[in-house]
Design a binder for this molecule. Sequence first.
Ligand SMILES: *Cc1c(COP(=O)(O)O)cnc(C)c1O
Length: 413
Amino acid sequence: MFVKELECLKCGETFSPSEQIYVCKECGGKLVISYDYDGISEKINREELEKRPDGVWKYRELLPISGPKNIVTLGEGGTPLIKAENLSKVLRIDDLWLKDETRNPTSSFKDRPMSVGVSKALEFGAETVCTASSGNAATALAAYSAKGGIDCYAFVPEDVPEAKLAQLALHGANVVRAAHQEKGDPSYELMKMGFKNFGWHPIPSGGAFNPYQPEGNKTMSYEICEQMNWETPDWYLVPVGAGTLLSGNAKGFFELEELGLIDEIPRIGGIQAEGCAPLVKGFKEGTDPYDIPTWEGPNTVAGGLIDPYPWDADTALPAIKKSGGTAESVSDEDILSALELLARTEGIFAEPSGAAGLAGLIKLVENGEIDRSEKAVISVTGGGLKDQKTAVELAGEIPTIKPNLEELKKLVD
Ligand SMILES: *Cc1c(COP(=O)(O)O)cnc(C)c1O
């Protein structure tokens, strides 16, 4: 394993990778993993990577796992990077690419971090894992726990779409809806209770309670650069909830630069929904990441982006700034029209959260922040079958006719 150390982002204390820890032993702060990049660059280079089969574990030297023995995989990652020619024409943008994360085993990018998180928990000898999630992270965790043969507790918000609950339950997770309360995040509170009182291993999607799983998100950036023949795009647009995905993606780009595999970092655009945009507000107002308040009364059609407290703003905001990027929020209307556009022009069926990156690109081009000639990659983070209620409402009424030519003619005219 090439992990050098784990460092607390709050107090600066460092720990050896041989310690079995999830948060800083001194202050409970978030841990960040660093690697021996000189050692890694002796093992991997462009030619070596091109020889290996695609997927998250192709980049195993850059992941915090000791050996192949405990790796739990369902074939995550290795998703296509698609040149969006039809969409480019409609939007009059020259060079647009889509990283189609809907193709992952449970239909969202969350399979990447959860494959790493469950593998690490097994390495630690875990029997039970727990999570707090608005749905996709929990679903992925439940699937990987099933495959890894460990118990899983999933605490989800009360109003999660039913299809997400069903998938969780069928993977054998103990699914618990956390009743809404005025202050704080009830799912996270329940997860922390499980961690403290029952010794369960916490694998939420945020990095504040588990530094290992977010590392899986780096592999998206590795793939994008490799698929672009090691030329980075000008812009990379990504939907943001807690900011974990963006932080991981950014770390992936920075690491490739450090390893000498790419020369430049793309500008990173973090996109939130207007109805829950604490990180965007913090970015625009220049707030210290630790002073960003919890968003009051979150409300958006993009369920996967409802993180009232941006747990990973402390890594996401500096990364956006370092990349020369930006953060922007989009309305539910923008998100739904991006969802429809993606489905009609490129044949990709996304859930609302998955289409938010495209909605963000459209807004940033209209604002003049992104030029139409710049090369942009958008991550489409989750599949449309995840939120069937929204899809059915958007589709509208479907006609029924008899097998009768007159009726068909009327319809076609
Ligand atoms: C979780 C999720 C996001 C946001 O990721 P964060 O790491 O919380 O910022 C975006 N899209 C989908 C589909 C998700 O499930």
